[in-house]
Design a protein around this ligand. Structure first.
Ligand code: TZP
Ligand code: MG
Length: 214
């Protein structure tokens, strides 16, 4: 799994572009994972949309993750599901989904991270690292020190989320993130593909630099 550039769709801030259009444009710009995230859509419609996105990601060889909705992930045979602390528990998702499916868990503290890792999570989403308007109910910004603490406490991939853009990428990667999950910096950009490509190029060059400095 390549968690480098994890793009999450959001139709509320995409200026009229559908989940599928966002996914397509992000893949063209180098997204390595696509997550469907929609808090309002009915499951019946979400299944239809996710089926289309999954067709696309499968053609491109990119994993597709569904946010919150275990049954939708199951219905479209997505590669996995992403769950927050208040969503269905990890062991429920593990039971419902096939063994090889990816389960990601959102965490804010080392304690939550250890619990998720011990419970068999495949990766962690850590955030919000920076302030963000995209998830108004998120807690306060955690900062990169917390990110590093969490990364150092577990042996599974850690994806940083929340307010991530070209300007703060380096700080986040230096703190040890295996990848970044991005919504507004890509989904709200006038040219999604171009925004993705710029972030991707920057990740690659930062990673190269960090590798050479070891
Ligand atoms: N979880 C923590 S912060 C966040 C989520 C879903 C929103 C991230 O969106 P953005 O626009 O990249 O800050
Ligand atoms: Mg959730």
């Amino acid at each position: 799994m390549n968690y480098e550039l994890y793009i999450i769709t959001d139709q509320r801030i995409s200026y009229g572009r559908s989940h599928l259009e966002v996914a397509k444009a992000a893949i063209a710009g180098g997204a390595t994972i696509i997550q469907f995230r929609d808090k309002e859509m009915k499951d019946s419609e979400a299944i239809e949309v996710c089926r289309e996105i999954h067709k696309l990601t499968s053609r491109k060889g990119i994993p597709f993750i569904v946010n919150d909705r275990v049954e939708v992930a199951k219905a479209v045979d997505a590669e996995g599901v992403h769950l927050g602390q208040e969503d269905a528990p990890l062991n429920f998702a593990r039971k419902v989904l096939d063994k090889d499916k990816i389960i990601g868990i959102s965490v804010e503290t080392v304690e939550e991270a250890l619990k998720a890792a011990e419970g068999g999570a495949d990766y962690l989403g850590v955030g919000p690292i920076y302030p963000t308007a995209t998830k108004p109910d998120a807690g306060g910004a955690l900062g990169v020190f917390r990110l590093k603490e969490i990364k150092d406490s577990v042996n599974i991939p850690v994806v940083a989320i929340g307010g991530i853009n070209e300007e703060n990428l380096e700080e986040v990667l230096k703190a040890g993130a295996d990848g970044v999950a991005v919504i507004s910096a890509v989904v709200s950009a006038p040219d999604i593909t171009e925004a993705c490509r710029r972030i991707k190029n920057k990740i690659e060059s930062i990673k190269k630099k960090l590798k050479n400095s070891i």
